[in-house]
Design a protein around this ligand. Structure first.
Ligand code: NAP
Length: 305
């Protein structure tokens, strides 16, 4: 595949930036990938493992001469990072981000960007419960969606180029409006994470079942909640604080459905339960047919270990 950008700067060097750098360099999509993280420890690790072609000690030095700058920090830090890099941006450069929430990030970042710089927000729907500079791997985005959220009046060339980059590192791309993105993600990601955090918290609080029993017998369903609930606390705090409205709307609906199921259990309404579970099973089938998970038993996990 041929080069899409001359120089790409990644600000923040965790799971997403690390995976992007490895995938971009493997596919030869940029002349150079430059990285920056706020803490010296992260920069040292990034240098030691060769995460980028070059690691800089300041954000200003990292963005100098970059054709694309991608903000890969928690959602709540996007505004201050944008303010920090703004004076050093090359005219005509594109600024993007990978934040899990879009409206709040756009509101925080856009006011800082100078005229002549294109802002094209994006969100790769791929991740793991791991974080930090050692957690990245180049296959993370393979066959996963990356939603591009162009702003009104966006430069078509800048949008197409960013889409080409994401496709070049394995992702499928789609374009979406910011508010709709936040609602869709509240359903598919944000509310499920909160529910997982809650379920693991409940198990932890429950005196009648010991912690060792919870761990030993976790394969019965709980284990999948624990994986989600092990996700980075800073990232997820910021997601909920910045996608408040949509998450609360979905949690309101969730609570209503939960009460309906609770009532069905109490009143012995098996028909209700059976019909409900039949409907939800079809969603799982749809995800497999769309190639977004495997049909292998045990949630696609290897049997060994
Ligand atoms: P991560 O592995 O925790 O890395 C975060 C990076 O941001 C680190 O380099 C960290 O720097 C830096 N950072 C943290 N707080 C900062 C602050 N206040 N100011 C400046 N830099 C700061 O995170 P990640 O999983 O790559 O997530 C990055 C972004 O991608 C987030 O916006 C998240 O919403 C989004 N995202 C995540 C996933 C996922 O599943 N993980 C999926 C899609 C999108 P230090 O190391 O120096 O502290």
């Amino acid at each position: 595949m041929s080069r899409i950008y001359g120089r790409i700067a990644l600000i923040g060097l965790g799971l997403i930036a690390g995976s992007m750098s490895l995938a971009i360099r493997r596919a030869g999509l940029a002349g150079e990938v430059v990285g920056y993280a706020r803490s010296e420890g992260t920069r040292d690790i990034a240098r030691e493992i060769g995460l980028c072609d070059r690691i800089e000690d300041t954000a200003a030095a990292a963005v100098e001469g970059a054709d694309l700058v991608v903000l890969c920090v928690p959602v709540g830090a996007m505004g201050s990072v944008a303010a920090e890099i703004a004076p050093g941006l090359k005219p005509g450069a594109t600024v993007s981000d990978v934040g899990s929430v879009k409206r709040a990030v756009i509101d925080a970042v856009a006011p800082h960007l100078p005229d002549g710089v294109h802002f094209v927000p994006a969100h790769p729907l791929a991740g793991t419960e791991h974080s930090g500079p050692r957690s990245g791997f180049p296959e993370l985005f393979d066959n996963r969606w990356c939603l591009i959220v162009p702003q009104e009046g966006a430069d078509r060339g800048a949008v197409d180029r960013l889409e080409a980059l994401w496709q070049g590192i394995g992702a499928l791309t789609d374009e979406m409006d910011a508010d709709h993105h936040d609602l869709v993600l509240a359903v598919t990601s944000h509310a499920p994470h909160l529910i997982a955090y809650t379920m693991v918290g409940v198990a932890d609080d429950l005196g009648r079942v010991t912690d060792s029993e919870v761990i030993k017998y976790s394969a019965a369903g709980f284990r999948d909640f624990t994986r989600i609930a092990a996700s980075d606390p800073t990232m997820w705090r910021d997601v909920f604080l910045n996608n408040r409205e949509a998450t609360l709307e979905i949690l309101g609906r969730f609570t209503e459905e939960l009460f309906a199921l609770q009532r069905a259990i109490r009143t012995g309404d098996g028909d209700h339960l059976h019909a409900y579970f039949t409907r939800t099973r079809a969603i799982r089938r749809g995800i497999i047919e769309a190639g977004q998970d495997t049909d292998a038993p045990d949630f696609g996990r290897a049997r060994s270990g």
